[in-house]
Design a protein around this ligand. Structure first.
Ligand SMILES: Nc1ncnc2c1ncn2[C@@H]1O[C@H](COP(=O)(O)OP(=O)(O)OP(=O)(O)O)[C@@H](O)[C@H]1O
Ligand SMILES: [Mg+2]
Length: 390
């Protein structure tokens, strides 16, 4: 990486450093390959998904300052597939070169309280919350035993690091269960739908928002994304405005996702922001003009953004390790993919991960159909068949 910050677009052939080589890093890398960029990927495992697309794979911890520095030295821009790398480890990249999005974004997002305070400061509607930093704050909390969720301020994903509380007295136990670590107590939102806004903001401030996505979770893990979400035009407009306001306020560069709850009276509340390509944006990879991965690359490389328009309505079905045959051993059985291949409108994306474990994201299926209800039905049928064929 050169000492001077690059201001113009990074020419094709430049090298993109990616911290994290899971499925997100893999799909960013695939799109980078297609666009003619080189990639250097840092991941904890030589067996990571991105091994197939990385021009160079460095194996080691994302929190090892020397390895992060090595990636930076070999790259013209560095980006991340995860928000879970302590911002202090990536901050030095900004001193010598390009880190997109910037370390300040990660500093804010890595801490749920800081993220909530940021939203508050910018008058963005969000889930009501209180801070629970220490024993003192525990005794001062104004909580009447209503349903709530206690979440650790840092490190949570796929519903980990959170405990539901619903009756007076259980809060202390919940806090102990999470390790008496700083937390945020959030009101439980009785939502009718979860949606996400997938958008990108370019170096020039241009913002492109994808069709609003409707998310269905099972066991706290994303199960299906339906795009476009089945909501009114007014909700779409409001969601787009919230997403754009957040991206502007952060002076964001890259692709991001904003997860929101839609209440029964059509009020939108921000749940959280993801400063990266997102599972609920996988439908863009096949069902939109520009995939979220290419869009992210365009943004971080300083290129003009591509169209975020949909080619076709779609449903993305996550394929978890739960669908693998019981007693799976490395290299042994697979789900019967004929159930996917038999559907001409469906595309299988497998992340080359091993072993399959319950809850582990192993791949996804994208179902495209001009009629959204048909796409939903097809995705549900495929899921049903894969589940029963185990
Ligand atoms: N305040 C809340 N009220 C109701 N449900 C909630 C609330 N907070 C979280 N949930 C449910 O739990 C899911 C996971 O929560 P959240 O997104 O905060 O955690 P996470 O671990 O960061 O998840 P992920 O990595 O899947 O985004 C949400 O998608 C939602 O279904
Ligand atoms: Mg979430």
């Amino acid at each position: 990486m050169t000492a001077n910050k690059q201001t113009g677009p990074l020419p094709v052939g430049s090298t993109i450093g990616i911290l994290g080589g899971g499925q997100l890093g893999w799909m960013i890398g695939r799109e980078a390959n297609r666009l003619g960029y080189r990639t250097v990927v840092l991941d904890g495992s030589a067996n990571c998904s991105a091994r197939h697309v990385a021009d160079e794979l460095i194996v080691g911890s994302l929190s090892d300052p020397e390895l992060v520095q090595q990636v930076a030295e070999k790259s013209d821009v560095v980006t991340l597939e995860t928000e879970h790398v302590d911002y202090r480890y990536i901050q030095p990249i900004e001193e010598t070169g390009l880190l997109r999005p910037g370390a300040a974004v990660f500093k804010m997002i890595q801490d749920r309280l800081r993220q909530r305070r940021f939203l508050e400061q910018h008058q963005i509607p969000q889930t009501p919350f209180q801070s629970l930093e220490n024993e003192d704050e525990l005794t001062q909390l104004q909580w009447n035993g209503e349903k709530a969720i206690l979440k650790t301020r840092s490190g949570g994903y796929d519903g980990k690091g959170q405990v539901r509380v619903d009756k007076a007295g259980s809060l202390k136990a919940a806090w102990a269960e999470l390790g008496n670590t700083p937390c945020v107590l959030e009101q439980f939102v009785d939502f009718k739908m979860e949606i996400s806004v997938i958008l990108a903001r370019g170096v020039d401030g241009d913002i492109r928002v994808y069709p609003i996505a409707e998310n269905v979770h099972r066991n706290h893990i994303l199960h299906m994304t339906i795009a476009p979400a089945r909501v009114s035009d007014a909700v779409v407009k409001k969601a787009e405005e919230i997403g754009a306001a957040i991206a502007e306020a952060m002076d964001y560069v890259g692709l991001m996702a904003v997860e929101l709850f839609l209440s029964n009276d059509d009020e939108l509340l921000v749940n959280e922001i993801a400063p990266r390509v997102h599972n609920s944006g996988h439908f863009t990879y096949g069902a939109c003009e520009t995939s979220q991965f290419e869009q992210h690359l365009r943004a971080v490389c300083g290129l003009p953004l591509g169209s975020s328009g949909a080619i076709c309505p779609s449903v993305m079905l996550n394929v978890l390790g739960d669908l693998w045959p019981e007693a799976h051993e490395e290299g042994a059985g697979q789900p019967d993919w004929q159930h996917v291949f038999a559907s001409p409108a469906s595309r299988l994306y497998l992340y080359s991960k091993s072993p399959a474990r319950v809850g582990r994201k192993m791949g996804h299926v994208l179902v495209k159909h001009a009629d959204l209800d048909t796409a939903i039905q097809t995705a549900e049928d495929i899921f049903e068949k894969l589940s029963t064929a185990k």
